[in-house]
Design a binder for this molecule. Structure first.
Ligand code: SAH
Length: 402
């Protein structure tokens, strides 16, 4: 009776893990570097195409191992060039990955969990509860896929004296709390920054956390990526209400752990404080003043995120006037402040709109399908369905633009 052996997926293995894998096979550890480059720099998933590997090792790998990115079930392309991919993970849940192109960079927003346990009051992901942790292959697989779709595995093209990459920055700001899926996120971060894989600068890879203090405290032992903290309130009383994890790890402890991590980095960097502005909740003048006082001796940049509405929330986005007043108070207190602009509006790709709920997705998909058909040209629509069969067969074509 034939038995299907479970193959080891090599895609999510960091260099030390991959070296250990090859050593356990009786192979030299440098095989790890070779295979890593094939997977992450050339986008190759078939061992028989890895031409600098002996035929006998190829045969062994074909039996025991695989390079398996997650399945992408849908792709959306927004009018402003943003992409959103719906990713199906092994647990059967769906998560989302968003690519945001700008003049000087391309940022990929990656999910780390299907759903989330933290239930921040303004976040759509929390409303669906927690489904599963993503595996390292599912996390790094989102970057693999974006490169695959955006031509990032093609030889680098010099542009105005610089090498342009499709994905130059990664933010762990998709669905889930990255520090509650610690090991898999750390393995993925290590691949993002490994010169034998994606080689992204540590300044361009950012973990965003709602404040899991014990995990921030051990972060320095595992990575030197950049850090963003979802603060959203200037005092514990308000933060307890909108970011419930604050009841366990209050602001003072959180800021202490963030400062310790940043101090442990050999280069000079500051954390980003994220602050989602919600009308009438945390966007008043006194909140801005209190925030400025709280962070007076805490070197950081502040990123204001106007609330993005979604159907299960009664919160409202503040007026432009309220946003600019809030910003001005912080700027007058000498903070560097940015206001996040909403991108990918027409494909539901904005912060906090990543729902991933199958029902909701199906409804959304229907809407896009209808919209592109009604536009009279489904081929030029901003929506595409991948079946699992063509997921990997799809050729490495360059990005479509509208
Ligand atoms: N769990 C992590 C990462 C996911 S959220 C964290 O909390 O940082 C990424 C960012 O999007 C966070 O700053 C989050 O507060 C913000 N966000 C979530 N929902 C939002 C919404 N509806 N409108 C605007 N920003 C939102």
């Amino acid at each position: 009776m034939s038995q299907t052996a479970v193959k080891t997926n090599l895609l999510g293995m960091s260099l030390p893990m991959l070296q250990a894998y090859f050593e356990a096979m009786g192979e030299k550890p440098f095989r790890a570097v070779q295979v890593m480059k094939w997977m992450h720099q050339r986008g190759v998933t078939d061992f028989s195409a890895m031409t600098d590997i002996s035929h006998s090792l190829q045969q062994k790998l074909l039996v025991e191992a695989e390079v398996r990115p997650p399945i992408i079930v849908e792709e959306f392309l927004a009018a402003d060039g943003c992409y959103k991919w719906i990713v199906e993970v092994a647990s059967g849940s769906r998560v989302e990955t968003v690519f945001i192109p700008e003049d000087d960079r391309g940022t990929l927003c990656i999910s780390s969990q299907a759903g989330c346990t933290l239930d921040c009051s303004f976040c759509a992901t929390g409303k669906q509860g927690f489904n599963s942790n993503l595996t390292a292959a599912e996390i790094i697989g989102q970057l693999w896929w974006a490169n695959h779709r955006l031509g990032g595995f093609a030889p680098a093209r010099p542009h105005a004296g610089k090498t342009i990459r499709s994905v130059s920055n990664v933010v762990m700001m998709g669905m889930g709390e990255p520090l509650l899926n610690f090991d898999n996120v750390m393995a993925s971060l290590s691949l993002m920054m490994d010169d034998n894989a994606y080689g992204l600068s540590k300044r361009r890879v950012t973990i965003s956390t709602a404040g899991v203090v014990p995990a921030i405290d051990k972060l320095r032992l595992h990575t030197d990526a950049s850090l963003a903290v979802s603060l959203h309130a200037p005092n514990d009383e308000l933060r307890n209400q909108i970011v419930p994890i604050n009841r366990k790890y209050p602001i003072k402890e959180l800021l202490r752990s963030v400062a310790d991590y940043i101090d442990s980095l050999p280069d000079k960097r500051v954390p980003v404080i994220e602050y989602t502005l919600i009308s009438g909740v945390n966007d008043q003048k006194q909140h801005a003043q209190e925030l400025a006082a709280l962070l007076r001796d805490f070197p950081c940049k502040i990123n204001l995120i106007p609330f993005n509405p979604f159907s299960q929330s009664d919160y409202r986005r503040p007026s432009n006037n309220a946003i600019s007043n809030f910003r001005q108070i912080l700027q007058e207190a000498r903070f560097t402040v940015t206001v996040r602009t909403t991108r990918g509006d027409d494909i539901g790709a904005a912060c906090g709109q990543l729902v991933g709920e199958v029902v909701d997705q199906t409804r959304r998909s229907e809407r896009y399908r209808r919209a592109s058909t009604e536009a009279g040209n489904p081929e030029k629509g901003n929506f595409r369905v991948f079946t699992s069969a063509d997921n990997l067969a799809v050729s490495v074509d360059s990005a479509r633009r509208v």
